[in-house]
Design a binder for this molecule. Structure first.
Ligand code: ARG
Length: 459
């Protein structure tokens, strides 16, 4: 137990209190960010003449050594220290002596931990963004190959109108590209450096906050020192962004689970991405999709947890804020592994195109087009709707699709039907005629795909 205080105390911390208070078990993840922040702080202190050149050098070398030793497994981060900050400082002093004790000049653990978390969050947001990009690549590849893979579009989970697989995937492209936008927006808003805010009221040393901010890749220093140490908005925003990503993944998973079911048979998951049953030999289960859907709950949990932790906290720093870490780290890791697994799963998934087209055909998805056909022959839309409704009823009795009905029977329901109806209500025509921007028709879809390709080429 190497405490960072002591002078004011006459006895040691109770062991249970010490353990309850300690954060090393989870903030060890921040070692790289903590060292990076300390290096910038020390460089600035030396540049400002608060430390000598030589002290600055020694600290730099000492910190580099600690970083190297931790990364190469020669130095373990053990629970002998209260938190990652004391671990780094104690090791530094052990290595370089007196100069090590000067590192914390003009700094508090409050601005230090605020910095560490920001650096960590920024990196994680960038990592998540590039995983989203890989997912978008797979989605777009699938779109390019499936401009005329017909399938039913659904509302209320009832077959509605015919669409293409490219069109359906385009919806997910939109969602995940909005997720990327949100992450970029977050990074832009959070990218100000809290270092130099001290415990809450700045310091009396002539720190150059612009300089440390610049060294650490921030747009500048934060403004208000109280807010600097008490702000966790960016983390809550990140968890909210992550929750939205999970919500999108979860909806996609839900569809894949349905599509992979015996009832739909639209897709078949690759063997490498499915699991079997210990008792039922015929089973090939979509466990990965189910797990991603299930893990959505814990990411939402992290968001709710932190919002609740923060809601009653008086300014500036309170120890409650140490609770910002465990669930957030878990959420960040969960989302990244879900993105990796999900991307692999859909990349290897096989589409059963004939089944998808047959399903669109069986489900009267061309009923609207049949009504539109009658409108083209001069029937008012409301009447056409009624006629096609009766026609569907007849088809249900006969267990056939509209376009499988012989012309005489169609004409028994309305004289307006003629031989050209079959072409007018084929799946191909139904899709091709949908030409409004954002629709599945080939002209609109080509435009959409070109725009998506340009977007992915750019960033
Ligand atoms: N472990 C603490 C945290 O994660 C570091 C900051 C401690 N500051 C303090 N004043 N006790 O929030």
């Amino acid at each position: 137990m190497a405490a960072l205080w002591g002078g004011r105390f006459t006895k040691d911390t109770d062991k249970l209190v010490y353990d309850f208070n300690a954060s090393i078990g989870f903030d060890r993840k921040l070692y790289r960010q903590d060292i990076q922040g300390s290096m910038a702080h020390a460089r600035m202190l030396a540049r400002q003449g608060i430390l000598t050149e030589d002290e600055g050098e020694q600290i730099q070398k000492g910190l580099e050594g600690i970083l190297r030793d931790v990364e190469e497994g020669r130095l373990a981060i053990t629970s002998q220290y209260e938190d990652i900050h004391s671990f780094v400082e104690a090791n530094l002093t052990e290595r370089i002596g007196e100069a090590g004790k000067k590192l914390h000049t003009g700094r508090s653990r409050n601005d230090q931990v605020a910095l560490d978390m920001k650096l960590y969050t920024r990196e994680q947001a960038q990592g998540t963004d590039s995983l989203l990009k890989s997912l978008l690549e797979v989605i777009l590849d699938t779109m390019e190959k499936n401009r005329d893979t017909y399938m039913p579009g659904f509302t209320h989970l009832q077959k509605a109108q015919p669409i293409t697989l490219a069109h359906h995937y385009g919806a997910y492209f939109e969602m995940f590209s909005r997720d990327r936008d949100r992450l970029r927006d977050l990074i832009r808003r959070m990218n100000y450096c809290p270092l130099g805010a001290g415990a809450l009221a700045g310091t009396t040393y002539p720190l150059d906050r612009e300089y440390t901010a610049q060294l650490l890749g921030f747009a500048g220093p934060t403004r208000n020192s109280i807010d600097s140490v008490s702000d966790r908005d960016y983390l809550i925003e990140f968890l909210s962004d992550l929750s939205l990503i999970m919500m999108h993944l979860s909806r996609f998973c839900e569809e894949i689970i349905l599509w992979n079911s015996n009832e739909y048979q639209f897709v078949e998951l690759d063997d490498a991405y499915s699991t079997g049953s210990s008792i039922m030999p015929q089973k090939k289960n979509p466990d990965i999709a189910e797990l991603v859907r299930g893990k959505t709950g814990r990411v939402y949990g992290a968001l709710m947890g932190l919002l609740t932790t923060m809601k009653g906290l008086p300014l500036a720093y309170d120890k409650d804020m140490q609770e910002d870490k465990e669930a957030s780290f878990d959420a960040m890791e969960t989302v990244q592994s879900c993105l990796i697994l999900f991307t692999g799963m859909i990349k290897t998934m096989h589409f059963r195109r004939e089944r998808m087209a047959a399903s669109a055909k069986e489900g009267f998805t061309n009923a609207t087009d049949a009504a539109d056909y009658l409108v083209g022959k001069g029937v008012p839309f409301r009447d056409a709707h009624g006629i096609v409704g009766r026609l569907v009823l007849r088809c249900l009795e006969k267990k056939c699709a509209i376009d499988d009905m012989p012309l005489e029977e169609l004409r028994q329901i309305s004289e307006k039907f003629e031989a050209d109806v079959y072409d007018a209500i084929s799946l191909k025509t139904c899709v091709e005629k949908r030409l409004t921007e954002g629709a599945p028709g080939p002209v609109a879809m080509d435009q959409e795909i070109r725009a998506y390709r340009a977007y992915l080429d750019e960033a």
